[in-house]
Design a protein around this ligand. Structure first.
Ligand code: SAH
Length: 357
C-alpha cells in the first residue's frame, strides 16, 4: 500500500484526513505542529502522541525528509549550496544566503525545468517532475536545522517553474505561513515566474500576499523570444497587464528580473524601451549579470555596460538594483550544482570541486 504524504497537507487537510481515518480530530493540530513547527523527521520523536497512534501513522503515512548529500560553503560570502536527495532518488538544489536583513533560502520547485530558457542550466535535462509541497517545505526545514539558523525569507527561484506546479506552490505557502508551523509571513516569500500569465492572475485573485518576481529579461517580444521559449506563449504586453492586475488586487509591488546577456538585451536602446514600457508602474527592476553556464553560449555583459544600463534606467526614473552575485565559487547559477553532480566525477567542474574539498 502506498503511504500517504501527510507532510504536504495543510492543517485543514490533515484534520480531514485524520477524521476520515477514524482518528481524533484534535490530533491534527498536534501532528501538524510536530511536522511543520518542530520539523520532526520521524514519528517516534512525537513524544506527546500516544504510542499506538504513532504506530498507525508509521504504517499508513510517511514524512518527507530530503537528505542533504552535499553542502558547499562559499569562502567569499558564506553562501551555502545544498544538494538534497528525495525519496525517489531524484536530486535538487537549494541555497542559503546571509544578508544584512537576515537569512534567505532559495528553493527549487521542480526537478529540472521544462521552460528552456537559453541561459539557464536547470532546463538542460528538461523537467523530471514537480515537487510536492512537503519537498518544498523540507528544503527550508533541513537548511534551518543543518545551519542552525532561523530562515527569515524564502525565494522560490531555484530550479523549476513554480507556476507550472501552482497548486503545490500555493499549498507550500499556506503551510509555511501557518502559525502552528514555521510561521513565516507571506510577505517574506517571493515567487519568481518566467511569466505564466493565467497563474499570475490567479495568484492575484486569491489575494496571496507574496512578493511576485517576473523574469522579463527583454523589453520586447522579439528579443524575449531569443532568450525564452515561453515568450511565444505570452507577450510582454500580456505579462505587464497581468502584473498591473496583481498590483491592483494585492497592493504588492512587482519585481522584474532582467539578466543581462552581452550583445542581446544590454544596449542603451533596450534600457530606453524597457523604461518606456514600465513607465508609471510601481515596480522594481533587478539586473542580474548572466552567470555563464558551460553548456550555453550566452556571455555576461561587460561591467561597464551593466552600470550604463542601470544609470539609463535610473535616468528614466525606474527603481533599479544590480543583484549582488552570491556564492560565485560554488556553482552560483541555477541548476549548476545538480548538473555537475549528475554529470559525475568525469566532468571538469566536478573534479575542480573535489580538488578544493
Ligand atoms: N522559473 C522561474 C524561477 C527560476 S530561475 C523563473 O523563470 O523566474 C530564477 C531567475 O534566475 C530567473 O530570472 C532566471 O531567468 C534567472 N537565471 C537562470 N539562470 C541564469 C543564469 N545563468 N544567469 C542569470 N540569470 C539566470
Amino acid at each position: 500500500m502506498e503511504k500517504t504524504d501527510i507532510s504536504s497537507m495543510t492543517r485543514q487537510e490533515l484534520a480531514e484526513y485524520l477524521a476520515a481515518s477514524g482518528e481524533k480530530k484534535f490530533r491534527a493540530a498536534q501532528l501538524f505542529s510536530w511536522i511543520h513547527g518542530k520539523q520532526a523527521t520521524a514519528f517516534d520523536q512525537m513524544s506527546n502522541l500516544p504510542k499506538d497512534f504513532r504506530k498507525r501513522l508509521a504504517q499508513t503515512a510517511e514524512l518527507t525528509v530530503p537528505e542533504a548529500v552535499r553542502v558547499q560553503v562559499s569562502k567569499i560570502d558564506g553562501t551555502s549550496k545544498y544538494l538534497f536527495r528525495l525519496a525517489d532518488g531524484n536530486v535538487i538544489e537549494s541555497v542559503l544566503m546571509h544578508y544584512h536583513h537576515g537569512n534567505s533560502v532559495c528553493i527549487s520547485s521542480q526537478v529540472g525545468c521544462a521552460m528552456g530558457c537559453r541561459f539557464c542550466a536547470s532546463t538542460i535535462g528538461g523537467c523530471v517532475r514537480s515537487l510536492t509541497a512537503a519537498e518544498m517545505c523540507g528544503q527550508v526545514y533541513r537548511i534551518a536545522q543543518l545551519s542552525g539558523s532561523r530562515v527569515d525569507s524564502v525565494v522560490v527561484m531555484g530550479s523549476g517553474e513554480p507556476f507550472e506546479n501552482f497548486e503545490n506552490f500555493c499549498r507550500f505557502v499556506e503551510i509555511l505561513n501557518d502559525p502552528e508551523g514555521y510561521n513565516l509571513s507571506r510577505r517574506s516569500i517571493t515567487v519568481s515566474t518566467c511569466g505564466i500569465v493565467p497563474r499570475i492572475r490567479e495568484l492575484a485573485d486569491r489575494g496571496t500576499q507574496v512578493t511576485l518576481a517576473v523574469s522579463l529579461h527583454a523589453p520586447n517580444d522579439e528579443i524575449r523570444r531569443k532568450l525564452m521559449p515561453v515568450a511565444r506563449r505570452y507577450s510582454v504586453d500580456e505579462i505587464l497587464d497581468a502584473c498591473r492586475y496583481f498590483f491592483e488586487k494585492t497592493g504588492r509591488r512587482v519585481s522584474f528580473e532582467y539578466s543581462l546577456a552581452a550583445g542581446i538585451n544590454d544596449t542603451p536602446a533596450c534600457a530606453d524601451e524597457l523604461a518606456e514600457r514600465l513607465k508609471g508602474f510601481p515596480c522594481h527592476v533587478n539586473l542580474i549579470p548572466v552567470n555563464p553556464v558551460r553548456e550555453r553560449t550566452i556571455r555576461q555583459s561587460a561591467a561597464s555596460d551593466i552600470q550604463a544600463f542601470k544609470r539609463r534606467l535610473e535616468k528614466h526614473g525606474v527603481n533599479v538594483t544590480i543583484r549582488r552575485e552570491m556564492g560565485r565559487d560554488i556553482d552560483g547559477a541555477c541548476g549548476q550544482l545538480r548538473k555537475s553532480y549528475l554529470d559525475g566525477p568525469g566532468s571538469s567542474e566536478e573534479s575542480n570541486k573535489q580538488a578544493e574539498e
